[in-house]
Ligand binder design. Structure first.
Ligand SMILES: *Cc1c(COP(=O)(O)O)cnc(C)c1O
Length: 413
């Protein structure tokens, strides 16, 4: 073994010793409530395909049509070889869907956050993020060179402390203007809880800061038109930068920013992950456009309601039998709304990394696939089983999950 490989092997061993080693599991089927792994069919509770659209015929047909009409590849960056019509159609649809002047799509949500935050902020600026924001926002903040401050999860009082500090910085006599950007998710990816958006908005307005909200886990699920939690709470037009992804409830792939025309024009000129990257495949734009149409249709409504029923079943069936308590949920005041679709993310917090991994292994032995989520995705010592439900799960599927989880608990005690 070369010295290079010996060094890397030592690093991998250190990762293993901490119970943090990860490996890819090959899946020989499409995403759905059942997936094939190692020749076995497993019940799948791991996907963010909340509405069951990733393998939906309408999305697949739209992807095939976009491929037939516009090819398998995009050729270059959209600023270099021209910008294919499917992306423009998708962006017009997104702007209409979200009720904003304009929209811009990126190849992934990760690229969206990195491109947008680095386009807006530089070393003279300040970025204040919730403690639990997604890694792409943390990476973007670091790359931007802005001063990074973290506020306690969903804690407006702590946010105000940080804003007060930032405000004092920007009052120092200085030739440059300091801008302050606050970033939060709306529904958090690993806990499924909701940000207190109204309080956050009141604070950012009080201190003259900008706000970016990542609706990756709310787009397609919340609000009258399924635009996200900001729509549900009636605050969309008070958020400067509305981010979302196309690869979760929308079942396709990519990320987007919705906002004013000048915001989008600035991103086209300054977002490096947009400028210096080949455009996504036309198929991705075709599928995402079909998904946006679908979530607003009667079928979208039915799927959301079906998901809501599975979530209720899981909350009453699974949560009480789990051996570990769930984190306190800061639910938005929407649970009683008939059209509300509660979060399909149900974390079962376990704590120790190795215990979470062995719980996931036991579930797999019973034919159920639930991922053990560990550091660095979540904090050390807060490893968990992250159950996600989709509209395609049946009541029997959820009952099977509840049974398997109680079996694990009983064996343990
Ligand atoms: C998944 C996710 C992203 C990244 O989106 P990708 O399209 O998967 O790159 C960004 N933010 C949040 C909150 C996410 O959960």
């Amino acid at each position: 073994m070369s010295l290079f490989d010996q060094e890397l092997k030592a690093r991998l061993n250190a990762i293993r010793e901490q119970g943090l080693h990860r490996e890819l599991r090959r899946v020989d089927s499409a995403q759905g409530p059942r997936i094939r792994i190692d020749g076995r069919e497993l019940l799948n509770f791991s996907s963010n395909d909340y509405l069951g659209l990733a393998n939906h015929p309408a999305l697949k047909e739209a992807a095939i049509k976009a491929t037939k009409d516009f090819g398998a590849g995009a050729g270059a960056s959209r600023l270099i070889c021209g910008s294919l019509a499917p992306f423009h159609e998708l962006e017009e649809m997104l702007a209409t869907f979200k009720g904003t002047e304009a929209a811009l799509t990126f190849s992934t949500g990760y690229a969206t956050a990195v491109g947008t935050i680095t386009a807006l902020l530089g070393k003279d600026d300040i970025i204040i993020v919730d403690k639990l924001v997604h890694a792409c926002i943390v990476d973007a903040a670091k790359l931007s060179g802005a001063k990074l401050r973290v506020f306690a999860h969903n804690d407006p009082d702590d946010l105000e402390d940080k804003l007060r500090w930032a405000d004092a910085q920007s009052r120092h006599p200085s030739p440059v203007t300091h801008h302050i950007l606050v970033v939060t998710e709306s529904i958090f990816s690993m806990d499924g809880d909701a940000a207190p958006l109204k309080e956050i908005i009141a604070l950012k307005e009080k201190y003259g800061a900008w706000l970016m909200v990542d609706e990756a886990h709310a787009t397609g699920l919340y609000g009258q038109n399924r635009r996200g939690l900001a729509e549900e709470l009636g605050v969309s037009n008070r958020i400067e930068i509305q981010m979302g992804t196309l690869g979760k409830a929308l079942g396709a792939s990519g990320g987007y920013i919705c906002g004013s025309r000048v915001l989008i024009d600035l991103l086209i000129n300054r977002a490096r992950s947009f400028i210096f990257s080949t455009a996504p495949v036309p198929a991705a734009a075709g599928a995402a456009a079909a998904a946006i149409e679908l979530v607003q249709s009667a079928e979208g409504q039915r799927r959301c309601e079906a998901l809501g029923r599975r979530v209720q079943q899981c909350r009453t069936g699974v949560a009480p039998v789990s051996n570990i308590s769930r984190p306190a949920q800061a639910e938005p005041d929407i649970r009683d709304r008939r059209d509300a679709c509660p979060t399909p993310i149900i974390p079962i917090i376990i704590g120790a990394e190795s215990t979470a991994v062995s719980a996931a292994t036991k579930l797999r032995e019973q034919g159920i696939f639930v991922p053990a989520i560990r550091y660095p995705t979540v904090a050390r010592g807060s490893a968990r089983l992250r159950v996600t439900l989709t509209a395609s799960h049946s009541t029997d599927d959820v009952a099977a999950l509840a049974g398997a989880l109680s079996e694990i608990r009983n064996r343990k005690s």
